[in-house]
Design a protein around this ligand. Structure first.
Ligand SMILES: C[S@@+](CC[C@H](N)C(=O)[O-])C[C@H]1O[C@@H](n2cnc3c(N)ncnc32)[C@H](O)[C@@H]1O
Length: 269
């Protein structure tokens, strides 16, 4: 499978992106705790710059990270090296749908809404089937996704939001990070368009760079159906990272699914 890595162009703003996303402070301890409580192999799909995996490694839990973006993996390596835990990470450059783990995993995670990067329902189905096959029997899959409100999102349609104002560490210039998104209700696709404006000492914009990501949303009922048709048992559905149960006004859908010890899989072989 050829790797299309939109994140290669996004890697240089990823740290500021996560620092300015309110959910990252909540999802970090949730996943680090899940990794630490799991004996055996833990694999994070879409490990990115190692934001979560490095914290788990610092707490003594080795993590295998899978990512399609060589630039994100390069940042992950550099950050793990700086934190003194590079030897605790195994990094695999591969797609969610065709990675191969060195042994069956006890836990596979897909943090920070990243299942949405498998854009179509067929992509997600293919990903879940592959993940199922990489888990040990009894092993768990944990992932989160936001609960999408199309009407609320459409009211912000086309509005450019100033996400961050910071000094670009590579150029030393004042930088503005902007974001806007487009939504397609029929395909459940989201196009995230970001751009950085670098400003000189008298306020003149000297460089603008665009970066675009293709994303999607899933309704909770669709997620449940996909998990069940793949053969997963659902252990829990949380509505936020404090393990509160899912309800109609939950901001997140956080799924804990399991490859059954006794398999009853019908459709995915
Ligand atoms: C939102 S970031 C999450 C990074 C990290 N897990 C975190 O929570 O900060 C999504 C990551 O998934 C990777 N990714 C997206 N689609 C992928 C795919 N189909 N296969 C493998 N990696 C993918 C991207 O390259 C990116 O590093």
């Amino acid at each position: 499978m050829s790797l299309t890595a939109e994140y290669d162009a996004f890697a240089d703003v990823y740290e500021i992106w996560t620092a300015t996303a309110p959910v990252t402070a909540r999802n970090l301890p949730f996943y680090v705790d899940a990794y630490r409580e799991t004996p055996g192999l833990v694999a994070e799909l879409g490990v990115g710059d190692g934001r979560i995996a490095i914290e788990a490694a610092k707490a003594g839990k080795p993590v295998t990270g899978v990512d399609a973006s060589s630039q994100m993996l390069q940042r992950c390596r550099a950050r793990a090296q700086a934190a003194g835990v590079l030897d605790q990470l195994t990094l695999i450059h591969a797609d969610f749908r065709d990675f191969n783990l060195p042994q069956p995993a006890e836990l596979i995670s897909i943090p920070f809404h990243s299942i949405g990067h498998l854009v179509t329902i067929d992509d997600k189905r293919g990903g879940l089937r592959h993940i199922y096959g990489q888990l040990a029997t009894g092993g768990r899959l944990i992932f989160d996704h936001f609960v999408f409100d199309l009407e609320a999102a459409r009211s912000r349609y086309g509005v450019a939001n100033l996400r961050a104002e910071y000094t670009n560490p590579e150029t030393g210039r004042d930088t503005l990070l902007w974001v806007t998104s487009r939504y397609e209700s029929e395909t459940q696709r989201i196009r995230i368009i970001t751009w950085t404006d670098e400003i000189d000492g008298v306020g003149v914009m000297v460089r603008r760079q665009y970066r675009r990501l293709t994303f999607s949303w899933l309704e909770p009922a669709q997620t449940r159906a996909l998990l069940e048709e793949t053969g997963f048992e659902i252990d829990a559905l949380y509505g936020d990272f404090d393990h509160s149960p899912f309800s109609d006004d939950s901001p997140e859908q956080i799924w804990v699914a399991r490859r059954p010890l006794e398999e009853r899989r019908s459709t995915s072989s």
